[in-house]
Design a protein around this ligand. Structure first.
Ligand SMILES: O=C(O)CCC(=O)C(=O)O
Ligand SMILES: [Fe+2]
Length: 260
């Protein structure tokens, strides 16, 4: 294995930097995600989808624009429904009531994307991955150019919203996957910190003594982080929306399950 490392922004990082691998290392089984992830802030898999696939997915996302779900007064939209957004907006009934339609919509406009995300995850965790029963499967985030998230960046957060109190207490293994379909013109990377969930769901940005790294996404790249790791989408500029497919995973009773 010949890992390519993105250096952390402090030399004394307790854990390593970001591990960056070409997609072929997946085929060749030259690394095991679950073994290496604890030692890194994130794992990046370059060219996780072909350029042809990426372009087709992206086109489909925009063809389905009239079916996007607007969240948080339109600062972001999704194709398919995102659990954390519905939870925070008190729209849990819409999430579950609309789950089948959400999946149908993603499959209609971006055929094969959900299966691709599940297959990539399954390949990486080296086990079957099933969609969480009754929940929405993988979906797409659109953060529009020239809108709030582009100016301020996203919230500093953990991806713990889809985990029950029991799962949180047990620190059930949980992973977040982001497949970048279209990065913005500049900025819009993912900042990841050497800081893990410790019970506070509304964390502040750590001070500079906490090591962090910034992932500047390449088109077609898949990024995996531990869902308990602190992270934030950074501000971005230019006229291009930030479009990414997202999926969360948790290991429940020995079975990996996925949702958006
Ligand atoms: O799009 C990204 O880079 C991360 C998205 C994210 O943090 C989330 O969906 O929870
Ligand atoms: Fe997140």
């Amino acid at each position: 294995m010949c890992p390519e490392l993105d250096a952390p922004q402090r030399a004394d990082a307790r854990i390593g930097a970001v591990l960056r691998l070409p997609a072929r290392s997946l085929d060749r089984r030259r690394f095991r995600l679950l073994d290496v992830l604890p030692a890194y802030l994130a794992v990046r898999l370059a060219d996780a989808v072909t350029e042809t696939e990426r372009e087709a997915y992206l086109r489909g996302v925009y063809t389905g624009r009239h079916q996007w779900t607007a969240n948080f007064d339109g600062v972001q939209s999704t194709l398919g429904r995102a659990w954390y957004a519905h939870l925070e907006e008190d729209r849990v009934d819409d999430y579950f009531g609309g789950a089948a339609e959400s999946d149908a919509c993603v499959e209609r406009f971006v055929p094969g994307l959900q299966a691709k995300m599940l297959a990539l995850a399954s390949s990486l965790v080296e086990a079957p991955v099933a969609q969480r029963l009754g929940w929405c499967g993988p979906g797409v985030h659109v953060f529009p150019a020239g809108n709030e998230v582009s100016f301020t960046g996203g919230e500093v957060h953990f991806d713990t919203e889809g985990l029950s109190e029991e799962q949180l207490a047990a620190r059930t293994p949980a992973l977040s996957f982001v497949l970048m379909l279209e990065p913005p013109d500049a900025g819009g990377g993912l900042r990841v910190w050497d800081a893990m969930f410790a019970g506070d769901s509304h964390p502040r940005e750590p001070d500079a003594s906490v090591a962090s790294a910034t992932i500047t996404y390449e088109p077609g790249e898949l990024v995996v982080i531990d869902s308990y790791r602190l992270h934030q989408i950074l501000p971005f500029s230019g006229a291009t929306d930030r479009v990414s497919a997202t999926m969360h995973l948790a290991l429940e009773d020995g079975q990996w399950e996925a949702w958006f």
